[in-house]
Design a protein around this ligand. Structure first.
Ligand code: BG6
Ligand code: MG
Length: 217
């Protein structure tokens, strides 16, 4: 592996906890369709694209719908979700995230976002973090969902660095797989039981620093 020149950050679950808002919006949709959707069910949607999330939800409820109806419901869920994220404030940034971004920047590490979300720009703007990212690759810019490495490879390309020079920060198993498939190192944020394939697993970005980053194999 090459010298570390760049860090690529997933957004949801790494920089901010949006899963709780996704959960409320998906649960309301499930309830309208006449079934329950639990917080455990919601775990299955982390890192997964909007339409795949809907497919999983409908499978849980044993509901089958036309493509047209699915698009309508995904839009409806997103409108509901957006009412929450539009109220977000910088104090919702997860512990240590902003300090780490500032420290890495100061040390000359390049920084990009690699998220499946089509709402990433809205969220970054609300958190007042947009300017800290040199490149933003989000759900509007990729055609293949994680575990495909496309989102991270595009991030490396935008920063003009090699994949081997990048470290990805991810909270979802599919995201860890995407990073490794792209020949990048990966720091998992969450449980080693789920993210065991990552080079290192930590509880949150508050446990990361430039010094620790440089010690990654
Ligand atoms: C990911 C989230 O970052 O983005 C998923 O972990 C979500 O839960 C996906 O489904 C797509 O997000 P959005 O905002 O485009 O619906
Ligand atoms: Mg995530």
């Amino acid at each position: 592996m090459g010298q570390i020149k760049a860090c690529l950050f997933d957004l949801d679950g790494v920089i901010v906890d949006t899963a709780k808002y996704h959960y409320i919006a998906w649960r309301e949709l499930a309830n309208e369709l006449g079934f329950e959707f639990t917080i455990e069910d919601n775990e299955r949607l982390k890192g997964v694209s909007r339409m795949t999330s809907l497919d999983i939800l409908l499978e849980i409820g044993g509901v089958s719908l036309s493509e047209e109806e699915k698009l309508r419901l995904a839009d409806k869920k997103n409108e509901n979700y957006r009412t929450f994220i539009l109220q977000m404030k910088p104090d919702e940034i997860l512990d240590g995230a902003k300090d780490l971004l500032l420290e890495l920047k100061e040390k000359g590490i390049r920084i990009a976002l690699g998220s499946a979300s089509k709402n990433a720009m809205t969220i970054l703007n609300k958190l007042e973090l947009t300017d800290l990212f040199e490149a933003i690759i989000d759900g509007t810019k990729v055609s293949k969902a994680k575990p495909d490495p496309e989102v991270f490879l595009k991030g490396a390309e935008a920063l003009n660095v090699q994949a081997e020079e990048c470290v990805v920060f991810e909270d979802a198993e599919a995201g860890v797989e995407a990073a490794l498939a792209g020949n990048m190192r990966c720091v998992g944020i969450g449980s080693p039981n789920v993210l065991g394939k990552a080079n290192l697993v930590i509880d949150g970005l508050h446990q990361m620093s430039y010094e620790k980053l440089m010690k990654l194999d």
